[in-house]
Design a protein around this ligand. Structure first.
Ligand code: NAP
Length: 136
């Protein structure tokens, strides 16, 4: 319980920190026009806000997510803020090497350049006895 509350407090603080990017007001983020970014886990949380900030500053952003429905909803949210936002979704489950290879092939097919790779998906506070996965 204490652990969950601590995580929730940290989440709030990070989301406040990054919320300055909302509505295209990422004051410290320079123009990203012409750049291509991949953001993993971009359907929610910090990944979504990072993808949103990059897209609203002109980047083409590939939302690399394991659930395509969630990814499409996130893309729609970003486009709701700017109909000209260049966002596309790519299926990527980082717990599967096959999915990682497939995503790499898709990304190569979608773009000849990649300027930013935001490895947002990660794990923290893993119990010591948790089974090892590709991600961990
Ligand atoms: N928030 C904080 O306070 C904080 C502090 C320090 C570090 N971080 C790090 O920042 C990153 C994002 O944090 P967050 O709070 O925004 O997390 P979050 O809201 O829980 O979002 C995690 C994202 O990762 C995706 N994901 C999880 N496992 C995946 C997998 N196997 N393959 C592909 N995508 C996967 C989730 O997809 P689904 O929606 O499909 O589950 C979701 O989009 C994490 O690496 C976290 O450890 C966060």
């Amino acid at each position: 319980m204490e652990r969950a509350e601590a995580r929730s407090r940290r989440n709030l603080s990070w989301h406040r920190h990054i919320s300055r990017a909302r509505g295209g007001q990422a004051a410290s983020l320079p123009d990203q026009s012409g750049r291509v970014a991949v953001v993993t886990g971009a359907n929610q949380g910090l990944g979504l806000e990072t993808a949103r900030a990059l897209a609203l500053r002109g980047a083409t952003v590939l939302l690399a997510c394991r659930d395509l429905d969630k990814a499409e909803r996130a893309a729609a949210l970003i486009r709701a803020g700017d109909a000209s936002a260049k966002v596309q979704v790519v299926r990527l489950d980082l717990a599967s090497l096959a999915s990682i290879r497939e995503a790499a092939t898709t990304i190569r097919a979608l773009s000849t350049r990649l300027d930013l790779l935001i490895n947002n998906v990660g794990v923290m506070e893993i119990p010591l006895n948790a089974p090892r996965t590709v991600l961990s």
